[in-house]
Design a protein around this ligand. Structure first.
Ligand code: VAH
Length: 320
């Protein structure tokens, strides 16, 4: 039985991934940690450790205390916040990752799961149906840290046989926990504003087409890759993963199918420049071939499900 430590467990992906891990492996086998000790009852069934991943000794103590054999390392500074504080992004995303790698090797852990992102692509990458292998010269610090993370995964796999695996997550959409500091956060915020005020001011431009994924697909993909046999994996740093791609205009049009009066305006900021050199779509044939990836949620069903659940969360009557 796995004994999993989730870092950054109180974040958007971490909270829902923890709930799925609890269902699959038992809460007693899932230790949640976060630098933010405000647990808010989000994961009440799990042992909680307040943990700063830049403190390698604290990390090693937690791993030893709970006899961890797997680390799912979600603690990171995302793209928008990373551009506002690049030094912090490097410190958390690289120094923190190196600590996880050091402890994994010292304690001979079975495997690591470390997210990558579509942020690894940049102006010289192929940005339509972005290939698994292409030029990766991102122009954000977040993207730089994700490329370095992928290279570290390949390096330690080849040099030490460290079984680290990752996904180049697209924008993740969910309603249980708000995202924080990302360029794709607009695709979550828009649902709250559509229901609360009937209008939304988007920080990207109408034609900013980005790959997105609904949380149920994100959680399932993460578990499927975590459980994939090591010899099935051709890549260790980060698999391209596709589900849907849309522009803010296309998302707004889908919302208007349920809220006809909804309006969207645009006030592009620095996040538009970040999104400009991210792919509009990705080729995820390697994930499909190596570990059987197949998305289940598209724009229509995601939009409907988000509106119903965000309305319930806001205590609004919303019948469709
Ligand atoms: C961000 N949601 O916007 C994250 C993600 C694909 C983007 O890495 O930074």
């Amino acid at each position: 039985m796995k004994k999993i430590l989730v870092t950054g467990a109180l974040g958007q992906i971490g909270t829902e991934l923890t709930l799925e891990f609890n269902r699959r492996y038992g809460a007693e086998n899932v230790i949640v940690s976060d630098v933010n000790n405000d647990v808010h009852g989000m994961v009440p069934d799990n042992a909680f450790e307040r943990l700063d991943v830049t403190d390698v000794h604290a990390l090693e103590r937690v791993v030893k205390r709970h006899e961890v054999d797997t680390i799912v390392h979600l603690a990171a500074i995302l793209s928008a916040r990373g551009e506002q504080n690049p030094d912090l992004a490097w410190k958390i995303n690289i120094d923190g990752l190196l600590n996880v790698i050091r402890v994994a090797m010292a304690q001979r852990l079975d495997r690591l799961m470390v997210p990558s992102s579509i942020a690894v692509f940049g102006p010289t990458s192929v940005l339509y149906n972005a290939p698994q292998e292409t030029i990766l010269k991102p122009n954000t610090m977040y993207g730089v840290t994700k490329v370095v993370g992928e290279m570290l995964a390949d390096y330690y796999w080849k040099k030490n046989g460290l079984d680290m695996r990752g996904i180049r997550y697209p924008g993740i959409i969910s309603y249980k926990t708000m995202p924080g500091g990302g360029t794709t956060d607009y695709a979550v915020e828009i649902f709250y504003e559509a229901l609360k005020s009937g209008s939304y001011v988007c920080p990207l431009s109408p034609e900013s087409c980005l790959p997105m994924m609904y949380m149920p697909d994100c959680v399932r993909a993460t578990v499927e890759l975590l459980e994939a046999p090591t010899d099935a994996l051709k890549y260790h740093g980060g698999y391209n993963l596709g589900a849907m791609s849309f522009t803010p205009e296309e998302l707004a049009a889908e919302i208007r199918r349920y809220i006809p009066s909804f309006t969207i305006d645009y006030k592009p900021d620095f996040r538009r420049e970040i999104a400009k050199y991210w792919p509009a779509s990705v080729d995820d044939s390697a994930a499909r071939a190596n570990w059987g990836w197949a998305p289940k949620w598209g724009l229509e069903e995601m939009t409907r499900d988000m509106l119903v659940n965000v309305a319930e969360k806001l205590g609004l009557d919303f019948n469709i």
